[in-house]
Design a binder for this molecule. Structure first.
Ligand SMILES: Cc1ncc(C[n+]2csc(CCOP(=O)(O)OP(=O)(O)O)c2C)c(N)n1
Ligand SMILES: [Mg+2]
Length: 280
């Protein structure tokens, strides 16, 4: 993997945010808030951590990434396009008749490991993949991205227990911990706090980071795992991050900006790009 600087990653994050809004606006549908909250995580994963490329995607030794919070697929699509899995123009077909680019990940799309969207499946699937890796003495690592609201699904806790039991140090779960789920505050809908103590009690290594910090995400995702223990990275994030009026507001879970909001959102993002000399 080529070396990419923090500054280049920062630029990518803003460009990804711009593209997420563009495809959601064009489609007239999408999960805006959750895509903006996890896109920095995907940025670091695909540009710094994962051994996954269009060229090696069918190779058994590739790393596995399963986006369990499948509704934030627009972030994944934008990052996969940037990685060269398909042409960015294909995203203009999102949610249109006969397009494979639908509102959740499917394996019809190059670069997508698993169909997800029904919450609570990514971690169990990844436990299976990590066990398979151990049985084969393979070197690949397995990553999954969960939402904080998604942790209400009981399947996660069965998987968490198994991961520790089978000593899956090749498995990393990242929680996009934005404190919101579909209908309001996660702590009001189904409180999972204290999440760090819960995973520690299940036998996991716990790392908590600012989920929008390139350096903190890089550290957490590139530090070698403690032998015999799965790792959870609690990424503290802001839903809707990067667009002032979308930040930490539940209605942007699947809100689509109207024309005025869209212009305002792009202006906010473009100010960051202009500051870095990318836009005139
Ligand atoms: C099994 C299942 N139950 C309910 C839903 C509906 N649903 C879609 S997104 C969502 C909220 C998820 O919240 P969170 O995991 O915190 O995601 P984020 O805040 O990152 O968008 C729910 C309940 C679903 N997709 N799957
Ligand atoms: Mg959430």
């Amino acid at each position: 993997m080529s070396v990419i600087s923090d500054e280049q990653l920062l630029l990518k994050s803003w460009q990804y945010r711009r593209n997420i809004l563009k495809v959601i606006k064009h489609a007239g549908a999408g999960h805006t808030g959750g895509s903006l909250s996890c896109v920095d995580i995907l940025n670091i994963l695909y540009n710094r951590v994962l051994n996954v490329t269009p060229q090696n995607f069918s190779h058994p030794d590739r790393d596995r990434y399963v986006q369990s919070k499948g509704h934030s697929v627009e972030a994944l699509f934008v990052v996969l396009a940037d990685q060269g899995f398909f042409d960015e123009s294909e995203l203009e077909t999102l949610c249109s008749y006969q397009s494979h680019f639908v509102g959740h990940p499917t394996r019809h799309i190059p670069g997508i490991e698993q169909n997800t969207g029904a919450l609570g499946h990514g971690l169990p699937i990844c436990v299976g993949a990590a066990i398979a890796g151990k049985m084969d003495q393979a070197s690949f690592r397995v990553f999954t991205l969960l939402g904080d609201g998604e942790l209400a699904e009981g399947s996660n806790w069965e998987a968490a227990m198994c991961a520790a039991h089978y000593k899956l140090d090749n498995l990393t779960a990242i929680i996009d911990y934005n404190n919101l789920q579909i209908s309001g505050r996660t702590q009001d809908v189904c409180n999972n706090s204290p999440i760090d103590d819960k995973f520690a009690a299940f036998g996991w290594t716990v790392r908590a980071v600012d989920g929008h910090s390139i350096s903190e995400l890089t550290d957490a995702l590139t530090t070698s795992p403690i032998p015999g223990r799965p790792t959870v990275v609690i990424a503290n994030t802001v839903k809707g991050k990067g667009v002032s009026f979308m930040e930490d507001v539940a209605k942007w879970h699947h809100g689509v900006p109207n024309d005025v909001e869209y212009v305002q959102a792009l202006e906010e993002i473009d100010r960051h790009l202009q500051a870095r000399g990318i836009l005139a």
